[in-house]
Ligand binder design. Structure first.
Ligand code: NDP
Ligand SMILES: O=C1O[C@H](COP(=O)(O)O)[C@@H](O)[C@H](O)[C@H]1O
Length: 489
């Protein structure tokens, strides 16, 4: 998807450089690109955060990040080059005059700058104002903004307006890191490079789809942020809807940002609204209680560090989503995601319709339908469940359910696993917006999510408890069982 433009990027400025995302993901991603020679020779990496730190202290922070989060051994030559790129500037993002100090650092640079806002979305507008005050924005610069953008449609419009006052849409890269995952990207190839799937991908052939994004982690010290968001805003409004869009969209004319984003948007706009009339039938929200994960006792949500014991925030969501269009009318997409589930496990299961007639009645009264499983993470792969004859001379045809299994680690064992942020960072340097979310998509996703959140608020019901280490509240089983179906475990 990339064209080769990274040569023109001069400085990469990370706002919130001392934060969790920068430490775990952004710094390792930039290092890996440097290993591959994909960062411009003269580019500097400028860390900006609130804390006063010397450049040497920042360099230590960066080395710690690489030691902790780069899986391969660190290359000394690249490390020296990478460290040489680093600069640090302490700033209060809400005090515009302090941005003059940043201007002094960034002066005399003619080329493109990338500004990565790795901070709470509420201060994106302040950072833009500061940059503008210090005359640090030109028409070719790029801004990267993290999800979730806002807390609702209204706040998202406000944040997008604040940013768009200074950066045009073509300069704005809205990150959803799921779009950088190998297996999520592979959805495009699977669907549009294989006629088997392209031609059978609709209500005539597919019975229903299940999308599970299960996490074993809890809140990881992010209680303040998370309690205000919940799993709906943290995962469903963005990551799950992006997966759903790629899975359900019409074939785009090409792989350009304009074509792909237009098709994804149509899917989100066609989602059937969930509101107070159908909320109980279509959704389940849960919250984890004390439990066990791999035999180890773990705290319930309200017993986490810094927790408010009375919180009603959901850590689990299950939804029966429906897409009201020609292709998908009547095909439910069951979504479920939660924290503190038994393991990290994300997959899509496409259940095809059963055969209309069974000629193998004698040996097999029930002919299971085909099932396509796309394992997103970990153990990435694609698996197609089919019926097969059991070899043998018996006159009766003995058949069995079996699978064609393409495991990525077995098939591509010589390939390094590229982290989503590394891929997305390269796309930013290359100026390609295909893997980033448009403003229209973000806002359409909020329209759908806001309606669900508002309906939950009217019912005023507490989230259903589920023990940490389980697959969610029992009512999530009932949600799908009402349609005579069950979750694939
Ligand atoms: N962490 C993750 O896994 C993910 C994070 N995100 C998104 O990425 C963004 C960053 O998240 P995360 O790294 O976890 O957050 P953190 O709270 O760990 O880091 C935020 C950073 O911003 C700085 N900051 C905040 N307010 C100000 C201010 N007024 N002036 C100067 N600096 C400020 C903080 O400085 P200080 O240290 O001084 O407070 C810190 O360096 C958020 O939008 C989040 O939603 C998205 C997906 C995953
Ligand atoms: O954006 C987020 O994603 C992570 C899950 O990402 P993954 O790549 O590990 O699947 C989630 O834990 C976090 O709460 C959320 O903000």
């Amino acid at each position: 998807m990339s064209n080769v433009d990274y040569q023109s990027v001069n400085d990469i400025v990370i706002f919130g450089a001392l934060g969790d995302l920068s430490h775990r993901k952004l710094i390792p991603a930039l290092y890996q690109l440097d290993v591959l020679g994909l960062i411009n020779k003269g580019s500097r990496i400028v860390g900006v955060a609130r804390k006063t730190l010397s450049v040497d202290e920042f360099k230590h922070f960066v080395v710690d990040s690489l030691d902790s989060f780069v899986n391969e051994s660190i290359d000394d030559v690249v490390l020296a080059r990478f460290i040489n790129r680093l600069i640090y500037q302490a700033l209060d993002f809400q005090a515009y005059s302090t941005f003059d100090q940043l201007a002094t650092l960034l002066s005399n640079q003619q080329n493109i700058r990338v500004y990565y806002f790795s901070t709470p979305a509420a201060i994106y507008g302040d950072i833009c104002k500061g940059l503008n005050h210090a005359k640090l924005i030109s028409d070719v610069d790029r801004v990267v903004i993290e999800k979730p953008i806002g807390h609702s449609l209204e706040s998202s419009i406000e944040i997008n307006n604040q940013v768009s006052k200074y950066f045009q849409e073509k300069q704005t890269y809205r990150i959803d890191h799921y779009l950088g995952k190998e297996t999520v990207l592979n959805l495009l190839v699977l669907r549009f490079a294989n006629s088997l799937f392209t031609n059978n991908w609709d209500r005539n052939c597919i019975d229903h789809v299940q999308i599970t994004v299960a996490e074993s982690v809890g809140i990881e010290g992010r209680w303040g942020f998370y309690d205000d968001a919940g799993q709906m805003r943290d995962m469903v409004q963005n990551h799950l809807l992006q997966i759903l869009s790629l899975l359900a969209m019409e074939p785009p004319a090409d792989l350009s940002a304009t074509s792909v984003r237009a098709e994804k948007l149509k899917v989100v706009k066609a989602l059937k609204p969930i509101n107070r009339e159908n909320i109980k039938e279509k959704t389940v929200r849960g919250q984890y209680t004390d439990g066990f994960l791999n035999g180890v006792a773990v705290s319930g949500y309200v017993n986490e560090k810094d927790a408010n014991a009375k919180s009603n925030t959901e850590t689990f969501v299950a939804i029966k989503a429906e897409i009201d269009n020609w292709r998908w009318k009547g095909v439910p997409f069951y979504l479920r995601t939660g924290k503190r589930m038994p393991k990290k496990h994300s997959e899509i299961v496409v259940h095809f319709k059963p055969q209309p007639h069974n000629i193998f009645q004698e040996s097999h009264s029930d002919l299971p339908a085909n099932k396509l499983t796309i394992r997103l993470q970990p153990d990435e792969g694609v698996e197609l469940q089919i019926m097969n004859k059991i070899p043998g001379i018996a006159s009766q045809m003995l058949i069995q359910e079996n699978k064609l299994d393409l495991s990525f680690s077995d098939t591509y064992h010589n390939e390094r696993v590229v982290d989503a942020y590394e891929r997305l960072m390269l796309e930013i340097l290359n100026g390609n917006q295909s893997l980033f979310v448009s403003r229209h998509e973000v806002e359409a996703a909020w329209v759908w999510a806001d309606s669900i959140i508002a309906a939950w608020q009217t019912t005023n019901e507490a989230p259903k408890p589920y023990a940490a280490g389980s697959w969610g509240p029992v009512s999530s089983i009932a949600l799908i069982a009402r349609d005579d179906r069950q979750w694939v475990e």
